[in-house]
Design a protein around this ligand. Structure first.
Ligand code: PLP
Length: 384
């Protein structure tokens, strides 16, 4: 099956057609600064506020609770650094993205205590483990909604209840969840929720932080009074418009699309398990993102598999995008108790809107061929 096929949607997604159109026309037709009072400015403001409503809708939030930022990384930094002070205690987990773990390291340098809770071997964070980590000065808990590598969905609602019973603020990195599963910040009971547009078919460089009404946040950038004083800098109206259109699409079509993608993902797993011996799934099968599978191939380097598949036209990943390019084993898989060798022999496949059945079947066959070839040439694999 000649061509190039993208199976790395957790790293980023291509722009959807309707998003690209809205983006280009906003670039062309919305030259004004949303803070200006003339017609150009008012037009930009209207477009910006429409986008904010669309993003709010995706999260079941109010428009005024949405702070538009540059992406998931900034949303997480703003949530953490804007909430926590020296002397506070923060709880987070070992499977968080570096966009949470590294701000936590920064907070430690500033005199904040941080407890990092490990997940179970199936990738789930036990709410009881969070409860056990509570201290008198616990002010902030940050747990991701769905893991970028395994897709495992975390019990956010239960953890939010624990946070609030202890008087702590609850933040959720929802970068991988929004657009793939229903997100209702009211039902989840969270105070802060991070989203990134480029994971839902909108451009890179824009995202949002949901800030529950009444939750105060210290701005991390100093300048104008944009975003109700929570994020200075002239707003990127065309990117916001594109984000809004993508959010609207996800509201209207997300559930059907997720069901379609889940069927394809399950078909892919079944075929790979049937064709390839020595394969295990990393992370629990239930309560996972519909588009994600993370597989461990005994005796094969995940990097080698990614390269071999790329040569055949299939783009997959051997870990999160930020850690591929280096041979460091995934911190997520290590935290789940895998050995470094097991973590290094893992591959993440994440499906999306553009994937169809024929290429899913072709990918399964390519995986089988690559596995057989890589094992033939492996000096350590046991050819029993
Ligand atoms: C769970 C998670 N959080 C945060 C980020 C960072 O988001 P952004 O690329 O928009 O900065 C990513 C990106 O891969 C992610 O997967």
């Amino acid at each position: 099956m000649p061509g190039r096929f993208y199976f790395d949607h957790n790293a980023t997604t291509p722009l959807a057609g309707e998003v690209l159109e809205a983006f280009v026309s906003a670039l062309r037709e919305t030259p004004g600064n949303a803070s200006s009072i003339h017609q150009f400015g008012q037009n930009a403001r209207q477009k910006l506020e429409q986008a904010r409503r669309q993003v709010a809708n995706l999260l079941h939030a109010q428009a005024k609770e949405i702070v538009l930022v540059s992406g998931g990384t900034e949303a997480n930094n703003l949530a953490l650094l804007g909430s926590v002070q020296p002397g506070d205690h923060v709880i987070t987990t070992a499977i968080e993205h570096p966009a949470v773990l590294n701000p936590c390291t920064r907070l430690q340098e500033l005199g904040v205590e941080v407890t990092i809770v490990r997940p179970r071997s199936d990738g789930l964070v036990e709410p009881e483990e969070i409860r056990r980590a509570l201290r008198k000065n616990t002010a902030f808990i940050s747990v991701m909604h769905a893991n970028n590598e395994t897709g495992v969905i975390q019990p956010v609602e239960e953890i939010s209840a624990i946070a609030h019973s202890a008087g702590a603020r609850m933040h959720v990195d929802g970068v991988q969840a929004a657009g793939k599963i229903t997100v209702d910040v009211q039902a989840l009971g969270v105070d802060l929720y991070s989203v990134s547009a480029h994971k839902l078919y909108a451009p890179k460089g824009i995202g949002a932080l949901y800030v529950r009404q009444g939750v105060s946040l210290r701005a991390q950038m100093f300048g104008g009074r944009q975003e109700r004083g929570r994020r200075a800098g002239t707003e990127n109206v065309p990117a916001a418009v594109a984000f809004g259109v993508a959010a609207q699409w996800a509201v209207e079509h997300g559930p059907q699309e997720s069901a379609r993608v889940a069927r394809l993902r399950d078909r892919l797993e079944e075929k790979i398990f049937a064709l390839v011996p020595g394969v295990e799934r990393n992370g629990q099968a239930r309560n996972r993102l519909p588009n994600t599978t993370n597989l461990r191939f005994q005796g094969i380097s995940g990097e080698a598999m990614v390269i071999a598949l790329d040569l055949r036209g299939f783009a997959v990943s051997s870990g999160s995008a930020c850690s591929s390019g280096s041979v460091e084993p995934s911190h997520v898989l290590l935290a789940m108790g895998l050995t470094a060798d097991e973590a290094r022999s893992s591959v993440r496949i994440s499906l999306g809107r553009d994937n169809q059945e024929p290429e899913v079947d072709a990918l399964a066959e390519a995986v089988a061929e690559c596995a057989a070839h890589l094992r033939r040439v492996s000096p350590v694999y046991c050819h029993a």
